[in-house]
Design a protein around this ligand. Structure first.
Ligand SMILES: [Zn+2]
Length: 305
């Protein structure tokens, strides 16, 4: 395949356009910059926007991590990773968040804090948060330009009237740098505060809708809310007020996925970020090993004393 296609599958002009669009997106935080999204050898909606960003930005010798819902092993992540590996000779891939230069993700921001030298690319199905209140793109552009989000706020208010709280579970509208409100992509509310003053550059790519936008490093990102009804993230406490823990690693500070145990029929919880979960497990093991060896040496001291 490498003989027939240039590095990164896209031709140089396409990559250059994506990079120029990215620069504009960084210069105007939260603004949806149009670009001529290319046909990719996979369906729109499978992350073609994120993929084009990754292909245009990754370089030889750099390390890539691809996740879908926090997992490196799901179908979407595996397919995208193998396509990028196939078309970008000389790049490395990893499942470890801290080893990655570029992370492409669908539906999650890694649990571990990202660094300034890392880049996060999020796949976006619907880039415009105003689409729920205004069908015309022309009118939406004017509303964005004037930072007029009153209709969006009315929508949130209606939620509160009907359900006593804002019911948006993902794609939470978030105001960037005091102006543009973005669709934060289908990440859970849990991840939205991670956009605020993020050390890493966060790029959003919508292939079907042909838009790229960005939350640059150290930029204000505020989820829309009201003074008396503040924004809140998912609640993982049980009926007794105890924070639920991951059944694999016992972590009580991560975003949890809910499963039904097929043998017991009970609900069980597990970290959604698999790399985080594995890291916590190995930390647990090394703490246990340290305690064990301490005990052994104590027994040794007692025996010798
Ligand atoms: Zn876990």
């Amino acid at each position: 395949m490498s003989a027939a296609y240039p590095f990164g599958f896209l031709d140089e002009y396409a990559k250059k356009e994506v990079r120029r669009t990215t620069l504009k997106a960084v210069a105007i935080p939260g603004y949806q910059v149009p670009y001529s999204s290319r046909e990719m050898p996979m369906g729109r909606g499978f992350g073609t926007g994120g993929l084009q960003l990754t292909l245009a930005l990754i370089g030889e010798g750099e390390t890539l991590k691809v996740i879908d819902q926090g997992s490196d092993d799901s179908v979407n992540a595996v397919s995208l990773r193998s396509f990028i590996e196939m078309t970008c000779a000389g790049i490395n891939t990893t499942t470890k968040t801290e080893e990655a230069d570029l992370i492409q993700s669908r539906h999650r921001i890694p649990e571990k804090d990202l660094r300034e030298d890392q880049l996060l690319v999020l796949q976006v199905p619907y880039p415009d948060p105003l689409v729920v209140v205004e069908p015309s793109e022309d009118k939406r552009k004017t509303l964005h330009g004037e930072a007029d989000y009153s209709r969006l706020l009315v929508k949130l208010y209606e939620d509160i009237v009907k359900f006593d709280e804002i019911t948006i579970s993902h794609r939470y509208p978030t105001r960037i740098n005091n102006h543009y409100v973005i669709d934060s992509s289908p990440i859970p509310r849990w991840d939205v505060p991670k956009l605020h003053q993020s050390k890493a550059l966060v790029l959003f790519g919508a292939g079907r809708e042909k838009k790229i936008y960005a939350v640059p490093p150290y930029t204000k990102a505020e989820p829309l809310a009201f003074e008396d009804v503040p924004f809140r993230v998912e609640n993982f406490t049980d009926n007794n007020g105890q924070r639920r823990s991951c059944q694999r690693c016992n972590c009580t500070s991560s975003f949890l996925d809910e499963f039904i145990d097929s043998t017991t029929g009970k609900k069980v919880y597990q970290c959604s970020d698999t790399d985080w979960c594995d890291t916590q497990q190995s930390l647990n093991r090394s703490t246990q090993a340290a305690t064990d060896s301490e005990n052994v040496s104590k027994i040794g001291e007692i025996a010798h004393g």
